[in-house]
Design a protein around this ligand. Structure first.
Ligand SMILES: Cc1cc2nc3c(=O)[nH]c(=O)nc-3n(C[C@H](O)[C@H](O)[C@H](O)COP(=O)(O)OP(=O)(O)OC[C@H]3O[C@@H](n4cnc5c(N)ncnc54)[C@H](O)[C@@H]3O)c2cc1C
Length: 321
């Protein structure tokens, strides 16, 4: 059934795998993944849920493959064999990474992880990767077959034009091989009414120099609220108990890529930079003009955070009134 439809398929398919979520909602990265794939070909989305087909076409998937109840890796293999895409794209999320790695190992394809973009050169699909806090950008390509790519959330601005809804049910052979099974899901209780850190457009992050939980909340929280931003932190601020771990940004925290990132009293250690340096606009406030954060900042204020930040908050509050 599928092979009959291959001839109808557009020239250069790129398979976008949208992994199932624990609550059945559509993966937040879907639009971004389809946008990233559209830079190198015609995005074909693979999902386990018919309920998401319309949204995926709206994001630009020229075809939506449905594989309800199938293991995501087995479904990806079936979709690959049907369409021979130029690349197979997953989100760089916990589920996306796990599925991408299993598919790449099983199908013996190159795995290019944490890409910040896809494009083509004379030889085919290449991916961009930002390393060591943005100090180096690496370009990667597979030496054989289509690459399996995971895309960093929030790193691709491109969005595809909406496409006509074309749905196809994929036939997936039952697979007896071992697969990861989610045994239990315990949602973390969100304690803050502020925007979610990972998906926020604006982030205000603070460092250990805030000195206390109260001061962190007053300055970093206050500036975040004046801007409608999420609150982030360095590991040192978390280690000092100024803010919970869920706010930690960096190598051992979350990766963020907002439109605006304000660093309040943050030195700019490489372990922090890896988590935020793909932000569109970075503003740094630090009293040390030689702090490494200024090397990645678009705008810098050399000054004392205890002087500068209350003035910015007062100015924003006056404008918001
Ligand atoms: C394996 C490993 C993993 C790590 N993972 C992470 C991670 O995920 N995320 C992370 O953030 N870190 C991580 N770290 C820690 C990282 O190396 C740094 O120690 C940490 O990021 C520094 O945090 P900071 O900027 O708050 O503190 P500091 O480096 O101490 O910097 C404080 C800054 O505040 C400035 N300052 C002080 N007082 C004022 C003032 N009054 N006004 C203005 N500026 C002021 C100072 O000039 C300084 O630049 C990791 C480290 C290791 C070894």
């Amino acid at each position: 059934m599928i092979s009959e439809k291959i001839s109808e398929n557009s020239g250069n398919p790129v398979l976008v795998v949208v992994p199932p979520t624990h609550d059945g909602s559509l993966d937040l990265a879907a639009a971004e993944l389809i946008g990233a794939a559209s830079a190198v070909g015609d995005p074909i989305a693979l999902t386990d849920s018919e309920a998401h087909a319309e949204a995926l076409a709206g994001f630009g998937a020229t075809r939506v493959l449905l594989a309800p109840g199938a293991d995501v890796v087995a479904a990806t293999a079936a979709a690959y064999d049907a369409y021979f895409p130029a690349a197979v794209v997953f989100p760089h999320s916990v589920r996306g990474r796990e599925a991408a790695a299993r598919f790449a190992a099983r199908s013996r394809k190159a795995l290019l992880t944490d890409a910040t973009g896809l494009r083509t050169d004379a030889e085919g699909v290449v991916t961009d990767h930002s390393n060591y806090g943005g100090a180096y950008t690496a370009v990667a390509a597979a030496t054989h077959s289509a690459p399996v790519v995971t895309v960093r959330p929030g790193s691709v601005d491109k969005r595809a034009e909406p496409a006509e809804l074309r749905v196809e049910v994929l036939e997936v052979e039952p697979d007896e091989r071992r697969a990861a099974r989610v045994v239990e899901v315990t949602p973390t209780e969100r304690t803050s009414p502020r925007p979610d850190l990972v998906t926020a457009d604006k982030v205000v992050a603070g460092g250990v120099s805030l000195g206390s939980e109260e001061m962190f909340e007053e300055l970093v929280g206050g500036l975040a609220d004046a801007l409608g931003a999420a609150v982030g932190a360095t590991r040192s601020a978390v280690d000092e108990g100024q803010v919970p771990y869920e706010a930690q940004i960096g190598q051992t925290g979350v990766l963020v890529s907002p439109k605006l990132y304000i660093a309040v009293g943050i030195s700019g250690a490489v372990q922090h930079l890896v988590g935020m340096q793909t932000s569109d606009t970075i503003v740094a406030i630090n009293n040390d003009a030689d702090a490494p954060i200024f090397e990645v900042a678009d705008f810098g204020i050399v000054g004392d955070i205890f002087d500068v930040v209350p003035q910015i908050i007062a100015e924003l509050e006056a404008r918001n009134r």
